[in-house]
Design a protein around this ligand. Structure first.
Ligand SMILES: Nc1nc2c(ncn2[C@@H]2O[C@H](COP(=O)(O)OP(=O)(O)OP(=O)(O)O)[C@@H](O)[C@H]2O)c(=O)[nH]1
Ligand SMILES: [Mg+2]
Length: 460
């Protein structure tokens, strides 16, 4: 299902394999902390979902996405179960009877992990683990895991680690329960769950270590945030408009950035290929400079911890002048993707930034689906980052939506002030330009601070 591209493939596979080897050291699990155990890569998994509302098709889409996510995390999906229920069982997520089926599927396939398609309460995870005797994780943990594998920059890594620790600190159960028995091969007696005896001390040590680590990460992130602030301030001072490319994961955001700016960003048919935002400088057809940034992809029910951890990155979207909201026109439910993205945008107060809906993958999308999207989203452009279709139209739409410089100037610039003429070119909008005997006569719209610099040369 996933088709990896480029030279990164070898590297990531190697990384994943090395992690697998660690995962196989089951007998030594007692030497590592539970936190490290929880971070071990998933391997052979069974998926399970509860279907509470919507159509059977929605349920299938949701489980198909969970499968993609699991594969992106490097695991092999062996089986998938889905149960129709009014609401998840408070004790075991799926119904008690269904747990037997799940356990049977685990035994039959030899799976070592169960992934649930939702956000589960710590007690639900614990109960399922006890009854199925393998590690049980939820969608949140899975997404956190993918982010952890993909984060490359120092800031990205710190953000993900903080989110993971926040998630785990509420879910530690100590080594006294079934996990350590299963892991360490001790006799499975009738002890209770949740860690007694030595497990409990271990649990406390783990908790304290996590708290210390989190404090340290928060401090680091604060430092790293300062560098970002400086960059932003610089851009603001020069009043360079910024465009953010946002959208559901795998919609084609990086492909679009590459197509629009020759950025050379990694493109992969995998979820969350991009975690570190890339910013490129580019310009309008009349020479005005602006920046365009690729951003981390969104997903339905993006774990709250991640929205928090990535808040500073996401807030850049809120501060940009224009959002290109990319949606995969060939996806079975593009409308659902748009809604999921908008809910994250609302979370970071980015809803009042002007938005262009970019319906991508027009080369493979169903024309009827595109027609319906266009009817619902009037401010939309249909493109294909792959074939280049619609890209010129998109560039014109971007130019038209960029903030217009506010101040009208009419100046005669001496030829010695080529620097100012250059600034008008890159920052302003030129209405007329004539080379005259005593200088260049320019009529243009520019930003306030440039207008002030030009005041000396105003034509009376
Ligand atoms: N057919 C088709 N495929 C496309 C198009 N644009 C992108 N793709 C493919 O879609 C997949 C995802 O593209 P990316 O550009 O990595 O998507 P992204 O939105 O940056 O994804 P993440 O960074 O993982 O959130 C890749 O396999 C691309 O080759 C398009 O216009 N048509
Ligand atoms: Mg990307």
């Amino acid at each position: 299902m996933t088709e990896h591209m480029g030279s990164t493939e070898g590297l990531e596979l190697e990384e994943r394999n090395s992690l697998r080897r660690v995962a196989n050291l089951r007998t030594e699990l007692e030497d590592i902390t539970e936190v490290e155990y929880r971070q071990l890569r998933l391997e052979r998994v069974v998926l399970v979902g509860v279907w509470t509302e919507g159509t059977a098709e929605d349920a299938d889409n949701s489980l198909a996405e969970l499968k993609l996510l699991a594969e992106t995390a490097g695991s092999e999906v062996l089986d998938a179960l889905i149960q129709r229920r009014q609401k998840p069982d408070p004790a075991t997520y799926i119904g008690s009877g269904k747990v037997e089926d799940l356990r049977a599927a685990v035994v039959a396939t030899g799976a070592d992990t169960i992934i649930c398609d939702g956000a589960l309460a710590p007690s639900q995870l614990r109960n399922l683990e006890d009854r199925c005797k393998v590690k049980v994780v939820d969608r949140t943990a899975l997404i956190l895991d993918i982010f952890a594998q993909h984060a490359k920059s120092k800031e990205g890594k710190a953000q993900v680690e903080l989110a993971q620790l926040q998630y785990q600190t509420q879910r530690l159960r100590g080594w006294g329960g079934n996990l350590s028995r299963q892991a360490g091969g001790q006799a499975a007696g009738g002890e209770g769950i949740g860690g007694r005896g030595p497990g409990e001390t271990k649990l406390e040590t783990d908790r304290r270590r996590i708290q210390m680590k989190m404090t340290k990460l928060r401090r680091e992130l604060k430092e790293l945030g300062k560098a970002r602030e400086t960059k932003k301030a610089n851009r603001k001072r020069h009043e360079i408009p910024s465009v953010s490319i946002a959208g559901y994961t795998n919609a084609g955001k990086s492909s679009l950035l590459n197509r629009l700016t020759d950025a050379g960003v990694l493109v992969e048919d995998a979820l969350f290929a991009t975690l570190d935002p890339t910013t490129r400088r580019t310009q309008t057809s009349d020479g005005r400079v602006y920046t365009m940034s690729d951003t981390v992809g969104f997903v339905r029910n993006l774990p709250h911890q991640l929205v928090e951890a990535f808040r500073s990155t996401l807030e850049e979207i809120a501060e940009s002048d224009l959002i290109l909201h990319v949606v995969d026109g060939s996806h079975p439910d593009p409308g659902g993707q748009i809604a999921a993205v908008r809910s994250v945008l609302a979370d970071v107060d980015a809803l009042d930034v002007p938005e262009i809906i970019v319906i991508n993958k027009a080369d493979t999308a169903d024309p009827l689906v595109i027609k319906n999207l266009l009817a619902r989203e009037p401010h939309a452009v249909v493109v294909s980052a792959r074939t280049g279709e619609g890209i010129d139209e998109l560039l014109s739409a971007i130019e038209a939506d960029l903030p217009q410089p506010a101040t009208h100037v009419d100046v005669l610039l001496p030829y010695a002030r080529g620097d100012l003429l250059n600034q008008i070119h890159t920052q302003g909008e030129i209405e007329s330009l004539d080379h005259e005997s005593d200088g260049t006569h320019v009529v243009a719209r520019v930003h306030g601070h440039l207008a002030a610099e030009l005041a000396d040369y105003a034509v009376k």
